[in-house]
Design a protein around this ligand. Structure first.
Ligand code: BES
Ligand code: MN
Ligand code: MN
Length: 457
């Protein structure tokens, strides 16, 4: 591994330049205005694989293409399936970026750009590590299959059909995803649990146009009043979700896990000051890490309706809308939760209003086994790449493909996050530490070595 480490050292700047090239492509998957850049980013990823001589396919879908690549099989060694995404979230609010989102800029050892950590930078570490092997050893010690999609940030609706179609070719022993975070700066982590999600859009419509709130108020249902009343019933002031049956399938945290969370070096004061809040708030009886990692939640993601301009306007708005989502923990069934929310909304709807409910992508939560040779291999590799042994954490975000890999391919996933919680993913000024990009690539190169020692079975 000395050769490979030396290679990564010598090629540090070249690997950064390559990342910057990818970051300059505005591959916003949810907005058709960026279509050409999404295509270019997919092509760019495919070209990386092709330049290494890997069998590469750009798989067209109903949406954005999936890039699939395979390295040659290695007799007796496990097969690893790497998943990542080359698409990114929209960059807005644009005016809050210190430097433009698609002009990668280095400040304080971080690269600032949309997608820097989610997921271009993290994903690329697993390509650059393979490149290091190819260009020093001439081959990899195991077979890697890459699935790099372009629709993760808009619901991955074409991923399941692809996985089904490619099921046989995707045969693997373990999946690897780097699309999460370390526990803290200098403290790498392996994530063994993710939350699931259900996502709603809700529209209410009242009178056929805006009305005078004096002339008609109190006699006609106001869509904004109704919307806030209905949504206000989702969570009580103690952070308990009020959706009927919501907690039925929630598995309580075990004492042992609570102790493990509590033993992590988490400072609530630091957490508060980083977020600019006076106090934390959430479900009574749980710590901040428990709430974030292992308790279900419900959040409004956006709400609109009525007059937003300057000054007062006495109006009874004709319509209102909102987006909201619940994060689920393992064993909660997204379909069941969705149905019970639908029913609750129907019961709460006041007379005289029309309601439309749109259900978006849902996904269950997952926990993966800590007790596997692959976990040990990953811990070993991270220790070598970062110089510090990882801790084991859970995460409040969702990566639905982890469940798909388990259900369809029967394999677990190693969630090896190189990011940090304050990387501003999905917000303005997203960043990724260039040291972590380098260390992540090194850990990835070691991972291929460590996993190759495992006897398949
Ligand atoms: N990389 C994230 C998942 C993630 C979020 C990991 C937070 C660690 C911390 C991924 O790109 C993402 O944004 N997932 C969505 C999934 C959803 C749209 C189904 C999420 O969690 O909101
Ligand atoms: Mn991501
Ligand atoms: Mn994301």
């Amino acid at each position: 591994m000395d050769n490979i480490e030396a290679y990564l050292d010598a090629n540090r700047l070249r690997n950064q330049d390559d990342l910057f090239e990818l970051l300059r492509m505005a591959s916003v998957s949810t907005d058709s205005q960026y279509q050409a850049d999404v295509q270019r980013a997919g092509q760019w990823v495919a070209d990386q694989f092709r330049s290494l001589g890997f069998m590469t396919e750009i798989v067209e879908t109903k949406g954005h293409p999936i890039v699939y690549a395979e390295t040659p099989p290695v007799q007796g060694a496990p097969i690893v399936l790497v998943y990542g995404h080359y698409d990114v979230q929209p960059p807005d609010p644009l005016d809050e970026w210190v430097t433009p989102p698609f002009e990668p800029t280095i400040r304080d050892g971080n690269v600032y750009a949309r997608g820097a950590t989610d997921d271009k930078g993290q994903m690329l570490t697993h390509i650059k590590s393979a490149q290091a092997w190819m260009e020093t050893e001439g081959s990899l010690p195991l077979q890697i299959k890459y699935v790099i999609e372009g629709e993760e940030e808009c619901g991955s609706s074409n991923l399941d059909p692809f996985l089904q179609q490619y099921e046989d070719r995707l045969e693997a022993d373990i999946a690897v995803i780097s699309d999460t975070s370390q526990f803290a700066k200098g403290q790498p982590a392996i994530t063994y649990g993710l939350k699931g999600i259900v996502y709603f859009e809700l529209y209410l419509e009242g009178p056929k146009q805006d009305l005078h709130s004096g002339t008609f108020g109190g006699a006609v249902s106001n869509p904004v009043n109704a919307l806030t009343q209905m949504l206000g019933k989702l969570v009580d002031k103690n952070g308990r979700i009020q959706i009927p049956g919501f907690y039925e399938d929630v598995v309580e945290l075990e004492q042992r896990e609570r102790e493990q969370f509590a033993a992590l070096p988490f400072s609530e004061d630091e957490f508060k000051s980083k977020l600019g809040i006076e106090d934390v708030h959430g479900e009574q009886g749980y710590t901040t890490l428990e709430r974030r990692w292992a308790r279900p939640t419900c959040d409004l993601n956006g709400i609109w309706g009525g007059y937003q301009g300057e000054g007062a306007k006495t109006v009874l708005p004709a319509r209102a809308g909102a987006k909201f989502s619940c994060r689920l923990v393992p064993n909660q069934d997204p379909d069941k939760v969705r149905d019970s929310i639908q029913k609750m909304l129907e019961e709460l709807l006041p007379p005289g209003l029309k309601m439309e409910v749109i259900h978006h992508h849902g996904a269950p939560g997952v926990v993966v086994s800590l007790d596997s040779p692959y976990m040990s291999a990953a811990a070993e590799a991270i220790g070598k790449g970062f110089g510090t042994k990882p801790v084991f954490i859970r995460e409040g975000g969702s990566i639905p493909v982890v469940t798909a890999f388990r259900e369809l391919l029967g394999i677990d996933t190693l969630l090896l996050g190189w990011g940090l919680d304050d990387d501003n993913t999905h917000g303005p000024n997203e960043k990724f530490s260039l040291d972590d990009y380098y260390r992540g690539t090194k850990a990835s190169a070691h991972l291929w070595q460590e996993i190759s020692k495992i006897i398949r079975g």
